[in-house]
Design a protein around this ligand. Structure first.
Ligand SMILES: [Fe+2]
Ligand SMILES: [Fe+2]
Length: 325
């Protein structure tokens, strides 16, 4: 399995994979300051799990701020439900700011997306994603401005797990703007999270290659929508989610891959994922190119490669991203 494409820092190229069956990882941003945590926290030191905070303990704002961006915690698997309940309660508290809720949601989701790529069997992650995406849809309904906070938390970095989440956020912003109902948003959000799942089957050397791909490598990489469809077909997944995966590299001009579908034949949700995907790729730092600013990426997509996309959805992306200025 190609671990490095989501776990490797492109600057140091150092794998930081963690593997275990007893604990699940959480990010420090999911912890509400000064709230009693209904689960134990462990840290990993020299490959050993060290008990950091017992259930019922609290973390101060100061401590959380100090740890932000670096620390990962581990929670025993049997306490997973307690953790999920804690996240739900945090997101439902009126006293918690929209910005904090967006951060909690982002950090919760990132841990889930990491699992998607870490585990052989993605059945659990597919199930978990229902709840996580449901939180996104609820937050967007209750506080429409949360999309701005969520976009501002987009990382534009190399890791595929961050990319998957960034694409979901843009896609949900677009979906909301074009009038999708909750059910459709949930499908779109999950389809976006799993759109690149087929990369699990692409050779790690290709996924992790620092420079441009040669012809054979590119051919292999272009099979990821097909691999993704095969993976998803093993599970009870809707056609819309499968289409987000299988059709997100199709082009309105009919020269995309793998099916060379023309515009009207491409599933509407896959059109949204395609646009969110390209926007995130253009604004992302890779080892061999400089990222575009969001403005430049929008301009590029609206001029140079305009014909590739559904014009209504491209306009919606403009509206979602431009209002942040
Ligand atoms: Fe892709
Ligand atoms: Fe992608």
């Amino acid at each position: 399995m190609p671990f490095c494409f989501y776990r490797q820092n492109p600057r140091t190229w150092q794998t930081i994979r963690v593997e275990n069956d007893l604990y699940f990882q959480i990010r420090v941003g999911t912890l509400l300051p000064d709230a009693a945590l209904p689960f134990d926290l462990y840290v990993l030191v020299n490959k050993k799990y060290i008990h950091y905070l017992p259930a019922g303990g609290k973390m101060s704002q100061e401590k959380i701020s100090k740890l932000k961006g670096s620390e990962q915690f581990f929670v025993p698997l049997p306490q997973r439900q307690a953790f999920k309940d804690f996240v739900s309660q945090s997101l439902n508290q009126e006293s918690v700011s929209v910005a904090s809720k967006a951060k909690i949601l982002r950090d919760t989701s990132i841990s889930l997306v990491e699992e998607i790529y870490e585990k052989k069997d993605i059945g659990d992650a597919l199930n978990e994603s229902k709840e996580v995406v449901g939180h996104f849809v609820k937050l967007l309904n209750e506080t429409p401005e949360s999309i701005d906070h969520l976009i501002q938390l987009s990382t534009h970095d190399f890791y595929t797990f961050n990319h998957s989440l960034d694409v979901s956020v843009y896609a949900l912003g677009i979906g909301k703007l074009v009038g999708y109902n909750d059910e459709m948003l949930a499908e779109l959000g999950r389809g976006s999270l799993f759109h690149d799942i087929g990369k699990k089957w692409v050779a790690a050397e290709i996924i992790c290659k620092k420079g441009a791909l040669d012809e054979a490598e590119w051919a292999q990489m272009q099979r990821h929508p097909e691999y993704g469809l095969k993976i998803l077909s093993e599970y009870d997944v809707s056609d819309a989610i499968k289409a987000c995966c299988f059709e997100h590299h199709e082009s309105f001009l009919g020269n995309g891959y793998p099916q060379k579908l023309d515009g009207p034949s491409i599933h509407p949700m896959a059109r949204i994922v395609a646009i969110a995907d390209t926007f995130d790729a253009l604004t992302t730092q890779r080892s061999y190119n400089q990222p575009m600013t969001p403005k430049d990426a929008l301009l590029f997509m609206s001029t140079k490669i305009k014909g590739k996309y559904d014009p209504d959805i491209l306009k919606a992306l403009n509206d979602v991203v431009n209002k942040l200025d």
